[in-house]
Design a protein around this ligand. Structure first.
Ligand code: C2E
Ligand code: CA
Ligand code: CA
Length: 560
């Protein structure tokens, strides 16, 4: 380091001595010639102790070497790199290290300048950032991006062994209702409990991730080939969804599960994730609280569903939907007293699609609100015209999907449809499903009461299917019960006759009227009349007919 005046040398020394970077000058073979105090402090040695040693003695990472054994004093891909030094006490310190050839004036032929600084904090920040980017902040579980990365590695491991991977997608049933009725903080607590239980139930090699919302994924590595997987999943569900007490509320949640195996059900993470999703959809379609393993035929169904969804979107825009109206007959007078609006879809490409198929598609595809609003306004307007022709008022029943009943907007829609058509609110009846009442968390009662206060009446559709308890009916403002057609069909069996009797007696005791659906024969009608059923609906009287034919049908059905 030539400096004839000596001044520059003093300044340089001062800088080198006080700079917080480790500075080492080495000869061509990496032997340390000069070390500054920061270098000594960094590796926990005296400055003089460092001089004369090879750079590799403070390395914790292995440098590349030349054939003669001397270290390569350069980093792959450039002058700088992250590196690790070793302290005398054996501990290591991560550094950022730059190595540049010394200028010839330095007087060390072929020597190097090695500058480094401690990046412990930087790495910690990076790790923290990594963690935040790859974990869910609520439950601290890995998120989707980490799941995919993990799954990639797990698939690779499984490929090299004969082990099976099992991918499980768990979705809490009706979680939104917990959030909506009890508040987000309760929902959050519930998710945290579920996450903890999943972690407690699984083993350290398994991965539990949260995909967002109320969806969790578990990757099981090696559950043991041929293990009784169904039983294991049932145990998992039972353990994870045991009742939880959150802020004094006892929550009994159920969950739906889709499951898929590597390699049988997919050979890459993307396919596996898609297939568990399809299996989960099937579990939900089977009424939730169910487990479904992926099976290839589900793909066909899934494609059908997607095609149907796209076609329905178009149908809504291009007026391919229409309504028919099925008369409801008073058993006492024989008069048509009401009609039920039923949706019809004549698709140019798919033909006639029954509502049992397209209503669920509309619900899943986010189209049910639009479809429901259309049904409501169309039916109210048609009713006004029909009763004009008929010269007397009729009641109009409209089917409403639970997913459509959200919020004030829906109530406003109903009020507007009634107003525009110029009918009385008491002429409109909303048919809701029994399931809606069963799953109630408080908001349903409020919604039904608001409906009632508009003057609209409420009927429970398909009554008796699945749930035979009548007791909860007392909690809801209900005007009418519709006995499910499956009971009417086999009304000649003792069991069904008893159920029908019980429904009629109970409904009357609660001040509700009863409509029997699907009445096809004179025997069925007679039985229902004897038991005091109020109204009937079914092919014995009429199928659903277009609004234009309704006046004629009603007159033909009237007793002479
Ligand atoms: P639902 O509300 O139980 O409607 C009665 C169903 O029974 C109708 O089938 C009707 O055509 C059929 N039916 C009537 N009389 C008889 C009979 O004597 N015997 C037999 N076997 N069946 C009879 P459809 O029109 O296929 O409707 C099926 C379901 O689709 C409806 O069941 C309802 O849940 C749903 N749906 C129909 N239109 C709408 C709508 O506008 N909105 C909503 N959300 N759902 C609708
Ligand atoms: Ca109905
Ligand atoms: Ca029904």
């Amino acid at each position: 380091m030539t400096d004839p005046g000596g001044e520059r040398s003093a300044l340089e020394r001062a800088i080198v001595d006080s700079i917080p970077f480790s500075i080492l000058a080495t000869d061509a073979s990496g032997r340390i010639r000069i070390a500054n105090p920061a270098a000594a402090a960094l590796v926990g040695r005296e400055q003089c102790e460092l001089v004369g040693r090879s750079l590799v003695e403070i390395d914790a990472a292995e440098r590349q070497r030349y054939p003669d054994g001397s270290p390569v004093l350069a980093h792959a891909g450039g002058d700088e790199a992250e590196w690790t030094y070793r302290r005398t006490d054996g501990s290591t310190v991560p550094v950022y290290e730059a190595i540049v050839p010394l200028a010839p004036e330095a007087g060390v032929a072929g020597g190097f300048l090695v500058v480094a600084f401690d990046i412990t904090h930087r790495l910690e920040d990076r790790r923290r950032f990594e963690h935040v980017a790859t974990h869910d902040s609520l439950t601290n579980l890995p998120n989707r991006s980490l799941l995919v990365r993990h799954l990639d590695q797990a698939v690779e491991r499984a490929e090299h062994s004969s082990l099976e991977l099992v991918l499980v997608l768990l979705d809490l049933d009706h979680f939104k209702r917990v959030n909506d009725s009890l508040g987000h903080h309760i929902g959050d607590e519930l998710l945290i409990v579920v996450a903890e239980r999943l972690l407690a139930w699984t083993r350290t090699d398994d991965l539990v991730a949260r995909l967002g919302g109320d969806e969790f994924v578990i990757v099981f590595e090696d559950l043991g080939n041929g293990a009784d997987l169904d039983r294991r999943l049932e145990e998992l569900l039972a353990a994870v969804l045991a009742p939880v007490v959150v802020h004094g509320y006892e929550l009994a949640v159920t969950g739906s599960v889709g499951a898929a195996r590597f390699p049988a059900d997919g050979r890459d993470p993307g396919t596996l994730l898609k297939h568990v999703d399809i299996a989960l959809y099937q579990a939900k379609a089977a009424g939730r609280n169910a487990i479904r393993w992926f099976e290839p035929p589900m793909l066909v169904e899934n494609n059908d569903r997607l095609a149907l969804s796209a076609a329905l979107r178009q149908a809504l825009d291009q007026d391919e939907l229409s309504l028919v109206y099925q008369p409801q007959v008073d058993l006492g007078t024989g008069e048509v007293v009401g009609v039920e609006a039923l949706a019809r879809w004549a698709s140019p490409s798919l033909g006639a699609v029954p509502p049992d198929r397209f209503i669920p598609v509309a619900e899943d595809g986010g189209m049910i609100a639009e479809l429901g609003a259309w049904v409501l306004t169309t039916a109210c307007t048609a009713l006004a015209e029909v009763q004009e022709q008929l010269g007397r008022p009729l009641r109009l029943a409209v089917n409403v999907s639970p997913r459509q009943m959200r919020g004030r907007a829906w109530l406003e829609e109903i009020a507007a449809a009634i107003e525009t058509a110029g009918i009385e609110p008491s002429q409109l009846e909303v048919e809701i499903t029994e399931g809606l009442l069963i799953e109630d968390h408080g908001d349903v009662v409020a919604m039904l009461q608001s409906l009632r206060s508009l003057g609209v009446s409420i009927a429970v559709d398909d009554f008796g299917r699945g749930y035979s308890s009548l007791a909860y009916l007392t909690r809801f403002p209900i005007d009418r019960i519709k006995i499910d057609r499956s009971f009417v069909r086999e009304i000649d069996t003792a069991e069904n006759a008893a159920i029908v009797d019980a429904i009629i007696v109970m409904a009357h005791a609660l001040g509700m009227t009863v409509v029997a659906e699907g009445v096809e024969t004179a025997e069925q009608e007679q039985y229902l009349r004897r038991r005091g059923c109020d109204e009937v609906q079914g092919y014995r009287y009429s199928p659903g007919v277009p609004a234009g034919s309704l006046g004629m049908v009603a007159r033909a059905l009237s007793p002479q």
